[in-house]
Design a protein around this ligand. Structure first.
Ligand code: HEM
Length: 183
């Protein structure tokens, strides 16, 4: 059993994004015999980190609540507006980018499991449909995610939170691309 466990752990460590494997290997093999297994604490710690986010409003609080998310979004738009590589997606936004900042920040509060101030202020929204009029290809999707990645790294966030958020943000970003491309 131990060699199988090590194989699973190697695979998991090389593929930090494969949550399912991590959970499966941990719950099935680890805790039944953790005392005799040296990789137990490492796997246990990884699992705790992964499972902290995405539970209730834990992500919202880890990101600093509404104030922290506003700071993140301000940084995101500042980066987008200060590098010519992002000019296309920056210029797609309405001239009043204060409202764009407000909308994204309030939306992300609810998206991270916190309160839903976006709905209170602006009403309901379907994210893919809200972008349907744009030509979001893989290029624009990745530029948007790159800006967000840079902004996330400028916050005082644990690496595990940054990786978790980027992984999760890819999902709506890709859904937007598919909708815009009519897929
Ligand atoms: C895939 C890359 C993305 C690009 C290029 C992009 C670009 C834009 C642009 C240009 C607008 C302004 C649209 C307009 O007013 O005409 C916008 C609005 C918005 N975006 Fe994105 N976006 C992307 C991904 C995302 C993601 C992943 C989220 C949320 C997780 C998001 C949340 C929003 C929200 C909440 C608004 C305001 C929508 C409204 O009130 O109509 N965007 N986005």
């Amino acid at each position: 059993m131990e060699s199988y466990l090590l194989k699973e752990v190697d695979f998991t460590l090389e593929n930090a994004y494969v949550d399912a494997v991590l959970r499966f290997s941990a719950s099935t093999f680890l805790f039944s015999d953790s005392a005799s297994c040296s990789v137990g604490p490492i796997l246990s710690q990884l699992m705790t980190q992964q499972e902290t986010y995405g539970q209730g409003d834990s992500t919202y609080h880890a990101a600093g609540g509404q104030a922290g998310i506003r700071k993140l979004v301000d940084c995101f738009f500042d980066i987008m507006g200060s590098d010519s590589r992002y000019l296309t997606i920056y210029n797609w936004h309405p001239a009043d980018r204060e409202e764009s900042r407000d909308k994204l920040a309030l939306f992300l509060c609810g998206w991270m499991g916190g309160p839903k101030p976006f709905i209170e202020k602006y009403g309901t929204i379907r994210i893919p449909a809200a972008h349907q009029h744009l030509q979001v290809t893989e290029v624009e999707r990745d530029l948007w995610l790159e800006c967000m990645g840079r902004a996330l790294h400028q916050q005082e966030y644990p690496v595990a939170l940054i990786e978790y958020l980027l992984r999760q943000l890819f999902i709506p970003a890709e859904r937007i691309r598919q909708t815009c491309m009519g897929e």
